[in-house]
Design a protein around this ligand. Structure first.
Ligand code: DGJ
Length: 787
């Protein structure tokens, strides 16, 4: 589908594919107004879309022709094809008339206020009362800016450079087109290019911005948003993913009220506490119905997602980088990360599947798109720091017996590491534990029939390490300020090329030596005293961002040099699970929380953005190490089964009967994973609310949770009930999207179900006694059509 971007002579911009339309219009030849984001429109008629608003006492901007010299022409670059007031669009005219009635100061000439305008990329300093999409500090010490139209261009394909790696030509999204609209401040010192990338096969619209210093003095840009959209006024709910270590990505929903609502991170990673995601939905929206607008970010460092509701009930939804103070010398530019925008009239299920499909066809490297995820046995909860050649070889043998295909040697294998207080940075095998080095243990694991993987935390350094002794200047630090430790460690300065070179050769050397095909790339602390000895004072505000660019560069080099190695993303569990890291990590360690009940809520929220095969989920021992709960083996298996399955236990310590359940779980996963991979995921029932004021999207009771995967002609339904309740109506799980006339057969019982019945009444869950129960159905289409 070519021609997805059209621009008419009035400079109305229309971006359209079969999933959505996104439109903007130039007002008064200068101001880029947001017109529309929603289901695809055949044509954009601004007068049928734009809602002019009136309000007294506003800061008014005189219309173009009345001011004559000095406004848009001040650039020395005339606006291309821009209508002046004489040819004002009906919407501009309506604004002028409304304001003439309402605002006495505007009466004389007719004017309009940017405070009333749904601005496409708002600046501060024009009378706009809400937070702008960025902050600028000019060399004269002032901050007011105004962005006016300069030019635009449309290109086929992704626009160079960078795009922060998302869509680097390695995608299956069909034809791709990019629109660039250049805006500039009338003083000529600042130019902002807005980018819009539309792909034929995706309902995701990508947006980002590039700031350029087009003047003769340095300037500073703070926290530029990648996207800012003014939504239609109205009553909405706000949905976000909040959390903590061991409780990542809990879904929270609250009514959206006036004011500024923000989630974000400041510690140099996306974080356990929040995920780059914010959604605004109709109060009645659910999993299968209702209008939802959602944004995410292809970035793994500090972010902020904001919904600012103004005095007219207009929510401004923005997302971008946080805590960045970018210094631009004349001629220099700064590009933001990429925002992912998804809207739907069909509820959160559709939004999630759009994100999932985009991850699969546009983010995850093509090498891993079709590759089934191996069943993993990880040494962490099995042995913690007590690993050695003998017990790791035994773990491989026993792991194989329960269906594992790849062993990950976790923390504790290197230099003097006995606990978490020392040795990060000294990436050579501990002589007492692995006296013959890593190769013999890796080979022993391979002889047992498993692939060998290794844990590393390359971004870190322990003060008690040889590396720190040799290079104390390689840690992030501020001269004269004491560094705060977390887990007894410091962070290496990845904004320093020398450090990155060292890490590249260290990690490469280990991979070559051990033949590992899997790296668990961990990162266990946030940044505190942020400073780099490698950069001058005026670059210190960029260190966290430069760190992230350095990390991406390093991971880019490693994944290119070792294309067969899967790099798992981990940050104290799921503290850096995002679309930025997903370019390098097709699988994440979702959480250090391995309890089946706690996992329900974590996995439920995680599927809002990320496809199941990226969500690492391991069966662990009981009583669970994080919460002390004892759940049945079958429930632990079914909680992990539809995700990326593995083990976090020592099989030698497990009862024989449970080992058999683990093994049949692994074999079932190995049989079904091809179908889980790429399946359409539906959340059917939500788990317990994290706090009293939260409302779920679709509520369950007693922690009931259910989801379904639909793959071609098969349905996989999972139901979990942590707490049994007395004397209650048996639960029926309504399965969305099934067609009339379809008939499904239960593979286990042989029962035949009418698709329309499953959709309208639901699949019945037989009542049973006991807590922590789980059920699984595998249904095959017998007659009729798939969903
Ligand atoms: C944090 C990770 O999330 C754990 O799985 C484990 O690898 C530890 N780090 C090791 O220190």
């Amino acid at each position: 589908m070519a021609g997805m971007i059209s621009v008419d002579s009035q400079l109305t911009f229309h971006i359209r594919n079969s999933h959505y339309s996104y439109a903007m219009q130039l007002l008064d030849g200068r101001f880029l107004a947001h017109l529309y984001w929603g289901p695809p429109l055949v044509r954009i008629d601004p007068e049928t879309i734009f809602t002019p608003r009136r309000a007294p006492y506003l800061t008014a901007i005189p219309l173009g022709s009345d001011v004559g010299e000095g406004s848009a022409e001040g650039f020395g670059r005339p606006c291309v094809g821009a209508p002046r007031t004489g040819a004002a669009s009906p919407a501009t005219e309506a604004l002028r008339q409304e304001d003439a009635i309402a605002a006495p100061e505007a009466e004389r000439r007719g004017a309009f206020s940017l405070d009333l305008l749904p601005q496409e990329y708002p600046a501060w300093g024009t009378g706009e009362q809400r937070e702008g999409a960025f902050r600028v500090l000019f060399a004269d010490g002032t901050e007011a800016a105004r962005l006016e139209y300069l030019e635009h261009e449309t290109v086929e394909g992704p626009r160079e450079p960078e795009l922060m790696g998302l869509i680097r030509g390695d995608h299956d999204l069909g034809t791709v087109e990019t629109l660039r609209i250049r805006l500039g401040d009338p003083r000529g010192e600042l130019t902002v290019d807005l980018f819009y990338l539309v792909a034929e096969e995706s309902a995701v619209l990508l947006r980002w911005a590039r700031f350029s210093n087009s003047g003769g003095e340095p300037l500073t840009i703070r926290d530029p948003a990648s996207s800012s959209v003014d939504l239609p006024p109205g009553a909405y709910d706000l949905v976000r993913l909040g959390g903590a270590w061991g409780r990542e990505r809990h879904l929270l929903r609250t009514p959206l009220a006036f004011g500024r609502h923000a989630v974000g991170s400041r510690g140099g990673a996306t974080g356990h506490q929040s995920t780059p995601f914010l959604a605004v939905c109709e109060p009645g929206a659910g999993e299968t119905k209702g209008t939802v607008y959602a944004v995410s970010l292809g970035y793994s460092g500090n972010f902020q997602a904001v919904c600012d509701v103004d005095q007219y009930d207009v929510p401004r939804l923005s997302i971008g980088i946080n805590r960045l103070r970018g210094h631009l010398e004349p001629g220099e530019s700064l590009e933001t990360p990429v925002a992912l925008l998804v809207q739907s009239e069909a509820g959160f299920g559709a939004v999630s599947n759009t994100f999932h499909e985009f991850a699969r066809s546009g983010v995850i490297a093509s090498r891993w798109r079709e590759e089934p995820r191996k069943v993993i046995i990880n040494s962490w909860e099995a042995m913690y720091f007590q690993v050695n050649e003998k017990n790791v070889t035994a773990l491989a043998k026993e792991g194989r017996a329960i269906g594992a295909e790849l062993l990950v040697l976790d923390d504790g294998w290197f230099s003097g590491r006995r606990d978490d207080t020392t040795s990060l940075g000294d990436w050579w095998p501990n002589e007492a534990r692995f006296p013959r080095g890593l190769r013999p243990v890796a080979e022993a694991v391979r002889r047992e029939g498993l692939e060998f993987g290794i844990w590393m935390e390359p971004e870190m350094v322990s003060p008690a390490s040889e590396l720190y002794k040799a290079h104390p200047d390689w840690a992030l630090q501020i001269a004269g300020r004491e560094n705060t430790l977390a887990r007894s460690q410091l962070i290496l300065d990845l904004s320093n090329r020398e450090v990155r070179e060292h890490l590249f050769s260290t990690v490469s050397g280990l991979l070559e030596e051990s033949g590992a095909t899997y790296v668990k790339w961990d990162m266990n602390r946030n940044m505190s005293e942020v400073g780099s000895l490698a950069h001058p004072a005026h670059r210190q505000g960029e260190v966290m961002h430069r760190y992230m660019l350095g990390l991406y560069e390093l991971l880019g080099r490693l994944t290119e040099a070792f294309p067969e190695v899967l790099f798992e993303g981990c940050a104290g569990g799921g503290g850096r699970f995002d679309f930025g890291m997903m370019r390098f990590s097709p699988r994440f360690w979702t959480s250090d929380q391995s309890d089946a009940v706690e996992r329900l809520e974590i996995q439920y929220g995680t599927t809002m953005l990320f496809p199941p095969e990226t969500i690492g989920s391991h069966v662990s021992s009981v009583p669970n190490h994080q919460v002390g709960r004892t759940t049945p083996a079958e429930t632990r298996v079914l909680t992990a089964l539809p995700f990326s399955y593995g083990f976090e236990l020592d099989p030698r310590k497990e009862p024989e009967s449970d080992r058999e359940i683990f093994r049949s779980g692994a074999l079932r996963y190995r049989e079904l994973r091809d179908r889980f991979f790429g399946a359409r995921f539906s959340r059917l029932l939500g788990p317990l609310a994290g706090s009293a004021e939260c409302r779920r999207i679709e509520g369950g009771g007693g922690g009931e949770t259910a989801w379904m995967l639909v793959a071609e002609r098969e349905l996989f339904v999972f139901y979990y009930r942590p707490l049994v309740r007395a004397n209650y109506e048996p639960r029926r799980l309504r399965l969305p999207g099934l067609r009339d006339g379809a008939v499904y057969r239960d593979r286990e019982t042989g029962l035949r179900y009418d698709g329309a019945l499953l959709r309208s009444r639901g699949l019945m869950v037989e009542p049973s006694l006991g807590d922590y129960q789980a059920r699984f159905w595998h249904l095959e289409l017998q007659e009729g059509e798939v969903t």
